[in-house]
Design a protein around this ligand. Structure first.
Ligand SMILES: CC(C)(COP(=O)(O)OP(=O)(O)OC[C@H]1O[C@@H](n2cnc3c(N)ncnc32)[C@H](O)[C@@H]1OP(=O)(O)O)[C@@H](O)C(=O)NCCC(=O)NCCS
Length: 197
């Protein structure tokens, strides 16, 4: 297995892993067009760290980790793309009207995050096609190494507080500590942080 930077040509395969790993999550429920816009913005963003695990010599994505050196600038870039994403948003709402409150909440959050400088690298998504094979741990190590090489001192991430014990253990046994919790609609989110300097 090799870990390398994600290229634009890997985008569709990354999206497929995302859909499996985050089947019930907001971005997946918004549909493939929206997911594509999100990951396209991520791959075009200068301050990205975007890594994937692949079988050597193949383009098969076994897992990926994506995050941002200056997260607020990424959220700014994503908010600027909103007009372009309108058709995808309309389609998602027609398919699933229950998404409306979450869309509004997320728009407000993206705007707030764009205003709020965070002096840490944010790991925004990490996922594998098949859990428990050690790939997630290797991706996380490679992500930390890349962030450190860029001079980052802290790594942050958010994950669900409830019904998510295995994922929380994954982070806690790898040096992350719980920094705060936040309510997002009916969900409670944990903010984890790890010093990497
Ligand atoms: C979290 C995730 C990236 C970990 O990757 P992984 O390849 O399964 O992790 P590893 O094999 O390196 O490590 C396994 C550890 O992860 C934890 N883990 C989390 N979810 C797991 C799952 N579904 N199956 C097995 N282990 C899981 C285990 O507690 C295990 O801990 P241990 O090493 O103390 O035994 C992966 O399970 C995943 O893609 N989950 C779905 C997407 C997700 O929730 N991502 C995190 C969002 S914040």
């Amino acid at each position: 297995m090799e870990i390398r930077d994600i290229r634009t040509s890997d985008l569709e395969a990354v999206i497929e892993v995302h859909k499996i790993a985050f089947a019930k999550f907001f971005l997946t429920r918004m549909g493939t067009r929206f997911l594509r816009a999100y990951y396209q913005t991520a791959l075009e963003f200068d301050g990205r760290i975007a890594l994937m695990a692949a079988e050597p010599g193949t383009a098969r994505v076994l897992g990926f980790a994506i995050g941002f050196l200056e997260p607020q600038k990424f959220y700014e870039a994503f908010a600027r793309r909103r007009k372009q994403m309108l058709p995808a948003i309309v389609l998602a709402v027609l398919r699933d009207p229950g998404l409306v409150p979450q869309i509004l909440r997320n728009m407000r959050r993206v705007e707030a995050q764009a205003q709020q400088p965070i002096d840490a690298v944010e790991l925004s998504s990490i996922a594998v096609g098949s859990s428990g094979d050690g790939i997630g741990g290797l991706l996380l190590e490679a992500f930390i190494k890349a962030a450190r090489a860029q001079g980052a001192l802290r790594l942050t991430l958010t994950t669900d507080a409830e019904g998510n014990d295995a994922v929380r253990r994954f982070y806690e046994t790898r040096g992350f500590t719980l920094d705060a919790t936040e309510m997002r609609g009916a969900r409670t989110l944990c903010h984890y942080v790890r010093a990497i300097g």
